[in-house]
Design a protein around this ligand. Structure first.
Ligand SMILES: Cc1ncc(COP(=O)(O)O)c(C=O)c1O
Length: 385
């Protein structure tokens, strides 16, 4: 017996595969999207876990939509309106999967930015969706291309990451947010706004979510993986009320509900008096690491041939290289003791890509980032020097 065709035809995640190689070698990984473990709020977790361990009701089967106190916290935190509902998910990843399974029949059209999040591309491929892409510019998606798809009238949804995009780190301008919201409203196309990095801002001013500019035509996905810890697997999906029963039915059939003790833990952490300080300290730490990365790149002349767009938050930068075989560059980099992700991994059509590398700055210390960039520089010297 074989696995179904779409599963066999969808490659495994390059990042997850190289992470296992990296873990066993003396390789500095600038590849994964791991938060820094020293940023996990362990003191708050320790006390909250003890309280949870005393409450039997948290260990019973429970409501599919989620733990009510957490839902209420999310309603307040993300300004959820009376015409929207919240569903607690196993991370933003499950949110993308649920959206795909609620709205996509085989062959239906999805539009996404190019490049885009690998985990979403995998889901769309397994669903056998027809994926079209719009170019990502420094301030957001190419609006003309987006409208061309929307005019055709058969787009099921537009999947996008407007805040500190994975992989590029791009943050959409206010103008682009408004333009996309207007297009979604005019052509009645749903936006799936994936925002796991939105709160990881260390400079500049926060901009409104695109969903807040077109709430009737948007589903928002939030995650506590980056602001608390990814092992919790807690996220939230906010939907216009008209789709809530479909999401609930699908979630019920998928896993009944998300783990209740960890929902209660998330609720306790979000409401802890030290949470705001924790988040500010995490962002400060990431800013220091980002600056170490920028300094290391600036110091090494080989990087003058590359382009790096500065970021105000998130966990990644996108280093654009002169035309070269980025896959080979990334493979050689691992042999030289540093892992980065080649741009090819973030495109559904591997030939449409720009030559670039995604570089993470959240996980390693400034010293390791500096050494990783030095090792990468030696490899670049060979290929583009
Ligand atoms: C854009 C994007 N969406 C979703 C996810 C999945 O996050 P979660 O841990 O919330 O499932 C990630 C993880 O890195 C991501 O980068």
């Amino acid at each position: 017996m074989q696995a179904v065709d779409p599963l066999r035809n969808t490659p495994p995640s390059y990042i997850r595969e190289i992470l296992s190689v990296v873990a066993s070698n003396d390789v500095i990984s600038l590849a994964g999207g791991l938060p820094c473990p020293d940023s996990f709020p362990m003191t708050i977790i320790d006390t909250a876990m003890r309280d949870i361990a005393c409450d039997k009701s948290l260990f019973q089967y429970a409501a599919t939509s989620g733990y009510e106190p957490l839902i209420n916290t999310i309603r307040e935190r993300y300004h959820v309106t009376d015409s929207q509902e919240v569903l607690i998910t196993n991370g933003s990843q499950q949110g993308i999967d649920l959206c795909t399974r609620v709205f996509i029949n085989k062959g239906d059209n999805i539009v996404a930015e190019a490049p885009s999040y690998l985990g979403a591309l995998q889901i769309f491929s397994i669903a056998e969706a027809n994926l079209s892409t719009v170019d990502q510019e420094n301030d957001g998606p190419n609006i003309q291309q987006l409208e061309t798809y929307f005019i055709q009238g058969d787009v099921s949804f537009f999947y996008a990451i407007p805040d500190f995009h994975n992989p590029t780190g791009c943050c959409w301008s206010l103008e682009k947010r408004q333009q996309v919201a207007d297009l979604c409203t005019r052509y009645e196309v749903l936006l799936i706004e994936d925002s796991p990095y939105r709160e990881m801002r260390f400079s500049g001013d926060s901009l409104p979510t695109v969903a807040s500019l077109c709430p009737e035509y948007a589903i928002s996905l939030f995650s506590f993986s980056k602001v608390i810890a990814p092992g919790l697997r807690i996220g939230a999906l906010i939907t216009p009320t008209r789709y809530a029963s479909s999401f609930n039915k699908l979630k019920q059939a998928t896993d009944l509900h998300t783990n209740v003790p960890l929902q209660a833990l998330t609720h306790a952490i979000l409401n802890h008096t030290d949470f705001t300080t924790h988040l500010a300290a995490t962002n400060q730490r990431y800013q220091t690491r980002y600056q170490a990365l920028v300094t290391a790149i600036t110091k090494n002349p080989v990087y003058e041939k590359c382009t790096m767009v500065p970021v105000d938050g998130g966990m990644f930068i996108w280093l654009i290289l002169p035309d070269c075989d980025v896959y080979t560059v990334a493979r050689t980099a691992i042999e030289n003791g540093v892992a980065v992700v080649p741009s090819t991994e973030f495109y559904s059509n591997k030939t449409e890509k720009a030559a670039a590398l995604r570089i993470n700055f959240s996980y390693n210390t400034p010293e390791k980032i500096e050494e990783g960039i030095r090792r990468l520089g030696d490899v670049l010297e060979e290929y583009i020097g």
